[in-house]
Design a protein around this ligand. Structure first.
Ligand code: ATP
Ligand code: MG
Length: 393
């Protein structure tokens, strides 16, 4: 069946009171943009609901895939539209609908009819009873269960009639663009794309920064991060990726600081660069994929010392309390996992010590960083000047 229409269900936006239309409009705008390549569609708000109506042929799977990537949507209902609302027509359409939608017809159901034209010849109750009876006649293996039906058949009679019963789950969250902007630290790993996704899911627009260390890291490692950014952008919208050449800063730290502190000091410099870029790009927060205890630089002591490198912008870490498997599950769901596990080197792993500190003290780290004074400032400035920007979509 080629559905003429989809009813879009949303949840949290519904609690937004007077601002609700802002959220609805942001979601509709995103739906219009994303659906454009797949056919002619009209996305509209009507009777406090959102509908997508098709005016051309389209591929069902493509459309569902796109809608499942739009934050704010909790359910997508494919709708059969009946132009002539005479009762006999509706009844025939409901029987046809059930016949095509459900191969096996031995389940319990309930009809839930609504009409907004109070002059319609049947009341909602009458519609429920009569449609139920017609269905039982047509398919004798069906049975009615008004309390706990396996299938709820929704019938809405307006100037046309809508029939639907299936809800395809959407991603939930809030429409992107309704909650400011974040700078995500995107490495080639599993965690950071998941973290970026989770922040975008709360309606936050994204930019990202990747620290590259050529020739120690390869062009393929960089391409992997661009690919990950593109995958995240399916959800977040176009993503501006800042690629920072971090080699000279890393070498300077390597040459001047104790090697068991390298990762910590390096991360502190990553945060400093990220904060500066975030401020320049009007972002209100930084996002990372850290999770407590995952590696030595993610103990609470390490995170405290790394965090102390910056003081203007908060760092959000949506994976902080998650187990690795939970993070992997999300990365599989959003489609980044296969790319994340490609075996290209990351700048963090190249200069890593065999026995990194796990409980660094801020005083000690600040003392070690003194050796960088007079050397690193110029390298830092050069890194900032030579940032490469790639728009990922
Ligand atoms: P991921 O799976 O996201 O790579 P990880 O478990 O490997 O994370 P770390 O390498 O300790 O963890 O990095 C912690 C976080 O720091 C990452 O999630 C990411 O947000 C950021 N980060 C690490 N390396 C880079 C990099 N080269 N460029 C940008 N951000 C990075
Ligand atoms: Mg990593």
């Amino acid at each position: 069946m080629q559905y003429k229409m989809f009813l879009i269900k949303y949840a949290e936006i519904g609690t937004k009171g007077k601002n609700r239309y802002v959220f609805e409009e942001a979601m509709c705008k995103r739906m219009r943009n994303r659906l454009k390549p797949y056919g002619e569609f009209e996305v509209r708000r009507e009777y406090g609901r959102i509908y997508v109506e098709a005016f051309s042929d389209y591929d069902f799977d493509d459309v569902i895939k796109v809608l499942k990537q739009i934050f704010g949507i909790v359910g997508i209902c494919p709708v059969k539209v009946v132009e002539d609302t005479a009762y006999d027509n509706i009844s025939k359409a409901v029987i046809e609908y059930l016949d095509e939608e459900y191969k096996n017809k031995s389940f319990t159901f309930k009809c839930h009819a609504r009409r907004n034209d109070k002059n319609y010849p049947k009341s909602s109750m009458e519609l429920n009873c009569d449609l139920g009876a017609d269905l039982l006649n047509a398919f004798p293996d069906l049975s009615v269960d008004v309390h706990n039906p396996e299938v709820m058949i929704e019938v809405e009679v307006r100037n046309v009639a809508y029939i639907y019963s299936k809800v395809i789950p959407g991603p939930g969250g809030l429409p992107v663009g309704t909650n400011g902007k974040a700078m995500a630290l995107l490495s080639g790993g599993i965690d950071s794309p998941v973290a970026a996704y989770m922040i975008a899911k709360r309606g936050v627009e994204l930019e990202a920064v990747y620290f590259n260390a050529p020739p120690y890291t390869s062009e393929r490692a960089k391409q992997k991060v661009i690919d990950l950014a593109k995958q995240v952008s399916q959800y977040s919208g176009v993503l501006k990726l800042h690629i920072v050449n971090f080699t000279d800063i890393q070498l300077c730290i390597y040459d001047n600081c104790p090697h068991d502190e390298l990762t910590i000091i390096m991360k502190r410099y990553m945060y400093k660069v990220a904060e500066e870029l975030a401020m320049k790009e009007d972002c209100q927060c930084i996002v990372t994929g850290e999770s407590i205890g995952q590696v030595s630089s993610q103990t609470t002591q390490s995170l405290l010392v790394i965090d102390s490198a910056i003081d203007k912008i908060p760092v959000f870490r949506p994976c902080i309390g998650m187990d690795k498997q939970e993070i992997i599950d999300i990365s599989e769901m959003i489609g980044t996992y296969e790319t994340s596990i490609l075996p290209y080197e990351d700048c963090c792993t190249i200069f890593v010590d065999k026995h990194p500190v796990t409980r660094p003290k801020l005083d000690q780290i600040l003392e070690s960083e003194k050796a960088l004074t007079g050397k690193i400032e110029e390298l830092y400035a050069k890194a900032m000047e030579s940032v490469e920007v790639v728009y990922c979509r």
